[in-house]
Design a protein around this ligand. Structure first.
Ligand code: HEC
Length: 407
């Protein structure tokens, strides 16, 4: 079965030279003598320059020529020159480790809408919290400090499972800016709280009504990764079109960058975008160790996919640019923290007070032993009325006065 699916995968990519390896194994991907290996690479565009044979884009440290590649933006046809730094892309192609050629480039924007509340390094967009960091690329604006509420922005970024997005690129739209997506408002994420009778679901904190939307071929189910286009009507997102974003790979070589979610340290598994990843005893790490893997951490995983599971050959860890809690209180409540039930002290043991010692310490100096056995109320009254300067004893507690009286 495994061989057949790989043959099919290769025949679908007939323009590629390097499909003869046949095993889809890590060994094949490093076997440069047999030419390039077919790969799906998901990552952030680090560089995009015009080259001799079309736009050259660098993703996950490999520079691909896109001369013959089909380019789409959120599923709609786009141009090679639309490829810009900071954009999130899925590349299908082949490479030899440093250079390659793409047959398909899918640009995936995360969301576009009107900026809401802005904080130190976050802002709210369509009910999602967007986090910026020093890798965020800006267009149409000098930087984050120039962002204002009400501006229309398109955000490319790494979705985190708690509904936040770590922005890799932020484009402020204005009347002059060319919107290659021409998509208008959109939001991407996974379906939650699906109500197929009422035709609504939620993405993060926003409720989407899809009663009059064009639907994908996939059945809508909770957890399905989608891209929804539409408009905001009284705080409700009225969908006009829904596209599936479930672009996980079934077989082949993969090089995926994203934020870890659903990490299970015991099983050595996690989810990256919508891909199941398995780490093994032979997985190697760079910029960190296995113990650094945690939900929200940014990683790049290289390996091979068999039956939909990506077995990691190599995990590169970037601890600085994943999801970290915003430095200011996030405006959108993220994961509600269950309040810890206060532990009721069982039998509070009151300290045993030594009346004799307290009397000796506080009273003997003025009274000798003459007030021994005086009632607590008499002593308290004398303190309250500052008899003979007894007001200086006002810090004695009711219990201490009682202990003195009882002695
Ligand atoms: C700074 C000196 C001073 C200290 C310390 C002091 N007293 Fe007095 N206390 C007095 C004087 C002076 C009076 C007034 C004369 C009297 O009644 O003996 C008085 C009055 C009292 C009275 C009588 C109040 C009344 O109803 O007439 C009581 C009871 C008393 N003290 C208890 C105590 C006890 C118990 C302590 C120790 C916790 C204490 N005092 C510490 C100076 C002191």
């Amino acid at each position: 079965m495994k061989k057949i699916s790989i043959v099919l995968y290769c025949s679908a990519l007939i323009t590629l030279a390097g499909c003869g390896g046949g095993t889809g194994s890590p060994a094949a991907s490093s076997n440069k003598s047999s030419g390039s290996s077919v790969i799906v690479s998901k990552g952030t565009v680090a560089k995009s320059v015009a080259g001799a044979s079309g736009q050259e884009v660098t993703v996950n440290s490999v520079t691909y020529t896109t001369g013959t590649a089909s380019v789409t933006h959120n599923g709609a046809s786009a141009l090679q020159t639309d490829l810009k730094p900071g954009m999130r892309v899925n590349i299908t192609g082949s490479h030899d480790g440093t250079t390659g050629s793409a047959t398909r480039v899918e640009i995936e924007g995360q969301l576009e809408g009107s900026v809401g509340q802005i904080a130190a390094d976050t802002f709210v967009l369509l009910g999602q919290t967007v986090v910026v960091n020093d890798q965020t690329v800006y267009e149409g604006i000098s930087g984050f400090s120039a962002l204002t509420s009400g501006q229309t922005v398109e955000v490319y970024g790494l979705p985190n499972s708690n509904g936040t997005v770590v922005a890799t690129r932020l484009e402020v739209k204005n009347s002059n800016s060319k919107d290659s997506s021409a998509q208008g408002l959109y939001i991407s994420g996974s379906i939650a709280s699906l109500d197929s009778l009422g035709k609504t679901f939620t993405i993060g904190t926003i409720t989407v009504n899809y009663s009059s939307a064009m639907l994908p071929v996939q059945t809508l189910v909770n957890g399905l990764m989608i891209n929804v286009q539409g408009s905001l009507v009284n705080g409700l997102f009225k969908a006009t079109q829904i596209k599936s974003r479930d672009d996980h790979v079934e077989e082949g070589n993969a090089d995926f960058e994203g934020l870890v979610s659903g990490y299970d340290a015991t099983a050595g598994t996690f989810i990256l975008n919508s891909q199941q990843v398995k780490i093994t005893s032979t997985t190697t790490y760079s910029n960190g160790v296995a113990g650094n893997i945690a939900n929200g951490v940014k990683v790049e995983v290289k390996g091979s996919v068999v039956n939909g599971v990506l077995t990691a050959n190599k995990v590169e860890i970037d601890r600085e640019h994943g999801y970290t809690a915003p430095t200011t209180a996030p405006v959108t409540p993220v994961t509600p923290v269950t309040p810890v039930t206060p532990v009721t002290p069982v039998n509070p043991v009151s300290p045993v007070l030594d009346g004799a010692a307290l009397y000796a310490q506080n009273c003997t100096g003025c009274h000798g032993s003459s007030k021994r056995g005086a009632s607590a109320s008499a002593t308290q009254g004398a303190i309250n009325s500052n008899r003979g300067g007894m007001g200086s004893l006002s810090s004695l507690t009711v219990e201490e006065i009682a202990a003195i009286a009882a002695w």
